[in-house]
Design a protein around this ligand. Structure first.
Ligand code: PFF
Length: 460
């Protein structure tokens, strides 16, 4: 980023696109999405997810970009400028992003652990991927100093380092290569996964939508997943939009980012779920949180040069996770430095320590939720639902709520006239979907979010 005065700006539209897509494409697409799609019944979940992205996700993303670019401020600053009474919405978003980062950085650490595992002792992973996964979490073997303790710490330290040093520019350049590579690799892995013996059942699960299996809770999960995956509902895209020059077309950017992000998620789903059916025994199938760690090794094993592909996969996943976690930390740090007067270094370091601590409970509770007897029990403390609780609070409550408030603000409080003018820039850009966007942001998206939120919580 570079720019006149003290307000940074993306050097080009490509820089912005890469940063926004780098924030969107991450663990949400490859680690979370396949597990959620599996638990939500496969094909039906995916169709609902795509409908939500098209009708709600893209609408909210454009609203966030508009508010950010119109004010050239971070989420809290933007609301302060337009309607100060709304600044708490920005604050809520920052809180949500930080809670997400607590567990996100730990899963990033798991990726790092697998990367090192494949580099040093691939045979140990291939021998029994599920056992390897639980060993990392320390299930049955005391505190996992060398696994879920050390590697998430490394990942958090790296995130803090990048945010303190502001070397995001280098990471962005790296992303230019890493993202297309990840995309190509996913296509290759998908072809291998769906041709594994036994994968057909998985493919059928994905291609034959059975809506009778879908509950309101699944729809709410799809909504939360859409917000999570597109980095919406917490003002991060608002902040990213604020660094964008008025010479760029917001509508087109929204289309590109939503399409890319959804493609990566769906590709990952069509890779991981057939692999789950092909490689995991019935007892191993059950919880989606570990699929990318427990089922993918089976795909690598079935490929010539599998260790090479595995290293490449976890390396690219690591970069995708890092660019997303940087954006999450940057959101909170930008607030603490710009609005609260903290130094960048102190804010990043203090947040790093807190997020590692909270995330540790998440990591340990993962093992506990599946297998009893984890060390936490021996100390008389147990957090069996801590991980689920964090996800419930963020994905199913705060993100949809944040998205709803952004819609109400853009549609009713600040008004769509202002929003459409911000996109059109006095006629520089055509915005043929202006009428549709008005309808979506004022009526369809808020009503859909509110209905799904209430039905998901009340009827489950
Ligand atoms: N969208 C990222 C992913 O799918 O992995 C996660 C994320 C990044 C969520 C940034 C929220 C955010 F602000």
């Amino acid at each position: 980023m570079s720019g006149p005065g003290n307000r940074a700006q993306w050097a080009s539209n490509l820089g912005f696109l890469l940063a926004a897509a780098g924030s969107a494409v991450g663990l949400g697409n490859i680690w979370k999405f396949p597990g959620k799609a599996y638990e939500g019944g496969g094909g039906a979940f995916i169709l609902i997810y795509i409908a939500i992205i098209a009708l709600v996700g893209a609408t909210v993303m454009l609203a966030e970009f508009i508010i950010g670019r119109a004010t050239q401020k971070n989420a809290v600053g933007a609301f302060c400028q337009l309607r100060p009474a709304w600044k708490w919405v920005g604050g809520m978003g920052i809180f949500t992003g930080f809670i997400i980062l607590c567990y996100y950085s730990h899963v990033g650490g798991w990726v790092l652990y697998y990367l090192c595992g494949y580099l040093t002792d691939a045979a140990a992973i291939s021998a029994d991927p599920t056992a390897y996964f639980y060993r990392m979490l320390g299930v049955g073997s005391g505190f996992p100093w060398g696994g879920a303790g050390l590697f998430p710490l490394l990942f958090a330290a790296l995130t803090v380092f990048v945010v303190v040093k502001g070397v995001a520019g280098g990471i962005e350049r790296l992303n230019k290569v890493a993202m297309p590579l990840l995309f190509l690799l996913l296509i290759l892995l998908m072809v291998r996964a769906v041709t594994l013996p036994g994968a057909m059942d998985g493919l059928r699960y994905m291609l034959q939508p059975d809506f009778s299996l879908l509950t309101w809770n699944d729809v709410l999960v799809a909504l939360g997943q859409a917000f999570f995956s597109l980095s919406l509902g917490m003002g991060i895209m608002c902040t990213y939009g604020s660094y964008l020059s008025r010479k760029e077309n917001l509508g087109r950017n929204v289309g590109i980012i939503c399409t890319l992000d959804t493609l990566v998620a769906v590709l990952a789903g069509f890779t991981v779920i057939p692999a789950v059916f092909a490689t995991l025994s019935a007892s191993g199938v059950g919880k989606g949180a570990g699929f990318v760690f427990t089922a993918m090794p089976g795909v690598f094993q079935a490929m010539p040069g599998g260790v090479f592909w595995a290293i490449l996969f976890y390396l690219l996943l690591f970069f995708a996770a890092l660019t997303s976690s940087i954006s999450l930390l940057e959101g909170t740090v930008a607030y603490l430095t710009e609005q609260r007067g903290f130094s960048r270094k102190h804010a990043s370091l203090a947040l790093g320590v807190i997020l590692f601590g909270i995330g540790l409970i998440y990591t340990l509770s993962q093992g506990h939720a599946d297998i009893h007897g984890i060390w936490l029990d021996k100390n008389g403390i147990s957090y069996p639902i801590f991980g689920d609780m964090l996800e419930f609070l963020t994905d199913r409550l705060l993100l949809p709520l944040g998205g709803l408030l952004f819609c109400i603000f853009a549609g009713w409080v600040w008004g769509t006239k202002n929003g459409i003018a911000e996109v059109r820039q006095g006629g520089r850009f055509r915005f043929p979907l202006a009428g549709l966007w008005s309808l979506l942001v004022r009526f369809v998206a808020p009503a859909a979010i509110a209905c799904i939120l209430i039905a998901g919580i009340v009827f489950g």
